[in-house]
Design a protein around this ligand. Structure first.
Ligand code: ADP
Ligand code: MG
Length: 246
């Protein structure tokens, strides 16, 4: 793929105290790619995602968003670059006292300074994308976990990011809710959204990704197409993880 670079991670290091958690991550994501990040618990997947938008401060290295250095950005520039990266987490973190539409319009109004009419239009379009427009006036507590996560995805879409980073978006869901959320993610990919997805859903990683990254102990052990990683891994640690997850 030779589309523009959306995210560049160069020599990223992260320590918690004396403990190295990321040990030199290099990673490029191009427009339109869906990258799955797999690996054992504790391998640094969430930390990698959180460093990308500076929810965590890296200990070393640099991160570029659409060619702009977010790792040293401050103030307004940092906030603008952060807005280019949508985040979707395992726990949806919707505000219980706001409606579905209120949750999606909040950042549009407070951060992007849209007026109410424009924010509502963008929110409804985003809710339409995830099949939740009919619940615009419901409260989060009236929705299933899968529906809440779809609203979480709509909230990210509405901000029109360059890319969305997902951290185990289906891990907190009842099994019967997982497919609906994965389907929304597949549709998002088909619409051209650039995505990096930390996931334990191996069949999704295999079927929906352009590239799969296997992390262990703070490094990228191996990356390649799904066929390479799932069919013919070259590293013993990858092979062992894949066979355990099958
Ligand atoms: P993963 O998402 O792959 O399960 P994480 O990125 O959450 O891994 O964690 C990587 C390592 O960093 C783990 O050993 C974890 O215990 C440690 N870690 C994560 N967050 C913190 C923190 N806030 N303080 C100290 N250690 C942390
Ligand atoms: Mg994690």
């Amino acid at each position: 793929m030779n589309t523009p670079l959306i995210l560049q991670v160069n020599r990223l290091h992260k320590n918690y105290g004396a403990t190295p958690v990321l040990r030199g991550i290099n990673l490029d994501v191009r427009a339109g790619e869906l990258i799955s990040v797999i690996g054992p618990s504790g391998s640094g997947k969430s930390t990698l995602l959180r460093c990308c938008n500076r929810m965590e401060e890296a200990s070393g290295g640099e991160i570029l968003v659409e060619g702009h250095d977010i790792s040293h950005a401050r103030g307004k520039t940092l906030n603008q670059l952060r807005l280019r990266l949508g985040m979707v987490f395992q726990s949806f973190n919707l505000y219980p006292h706001l409606t579905v539409k209120g949750n999606v319009t909040l950042a549009l109004r407070k951060v992007k300074k849209f007026d109410a009419t424009s924010a509502d239009q963008l929110a409804l379009a985003a809710l339409e994308c995830v099949g939740m427009a009919h619940k615009a006036d419901a409260r989060p507590s009236q929705l299933s976990g899968g529906q809440q996560q779809r609203v979480g995805i709509a909230r990210a879409i509405a901000l029109e990011p360059a890319m969305i980073l997902f951290d185990e978006p289906t891990s907190a869901l009842d099994p019967e809710m997982v497919d609906g959320v994965l389907e929304v993610m597949r549709e998002l990919r088909a619409s051209g959204m650039t995505m990096m997805v930390v996931t334990h859903e191996m069949s999704f990683a295999q079927a929906a990704s352009d590239r799969v990254i296997f992390m262990d102990q703070g490094v990228i052990v191996e990356q390649g197409t799904p066929a390479q990683i799932f069919g013919a891994p070259t590293q013993p640690r990858t092979a062992a993880f894949i066979s355990r997850s099958a």
